[in-house]
Design a protein around this ligand. Structure first.
Ligand SMILES: [Zn+2]
Length: 134
């Protein structure tokens, strides 16, 4: 039986396409609202309902906002990787990004821990933004 591949990132909106094309080029892109100035993970409209968003490159630094360690396999492609973590990292520019913390053990991850981005190319060809301790 062929091993299951991990799912690739979903491209649903034009904002998703721009974000993931940026990641493939090792650029972390976020959006800034032209009306209220709020930065966000790419979306089609600001929470103030203004659709006038502009792209900017984030520095790729932030801190662990929260995280969880999974011990159960929810997708067969991850069967050899438990336990693994899933974390929300808050970028220094403000937006939260769902990711994994690499470069340290799951027991060493702390909320508030400073981290920086690492671009990881998966076996399926997808480049994913992950973070490591600074
Ligand atoms: Zn806004």
């Amino acid at each position: 039986m062929k091993a299951r591949q991990k799912p690739k990132p979903l491209i649903i909106t034009e904002a998703d396409r721009v974000f993931w094309n940026g990641i493939a080029q090792r650029k972390l892109l976020i959006t800034r609202c032209r009306s209220c100035g709020q930065t966000s993970h790419p979306r089609v409209m600001c929470s103030c309902n203004d659709p006038q968003l502009e792209w900017q490159e984030a520095a790729g630094s932030g801190c662990v906002y929260t995280f969880i360690v999974y011990h159960r396999v929810y997708h067969p492609a991850f069967s050899g990787e438990t336990p693994y973590n899933v974390a929300w990292v808050q970028l220094n520019e403000g937006p939260l990004l769902l990711t994994n913390i690499i470069g340290c053990g799951n027991n060493d991850i702390r909320i508030g821990m400073p981290v920086r981005i690492v671009y990881v190319e998966e076996a399926n060809g997808a480049v994913l933004p992950k973070f490591e301790p600074v």
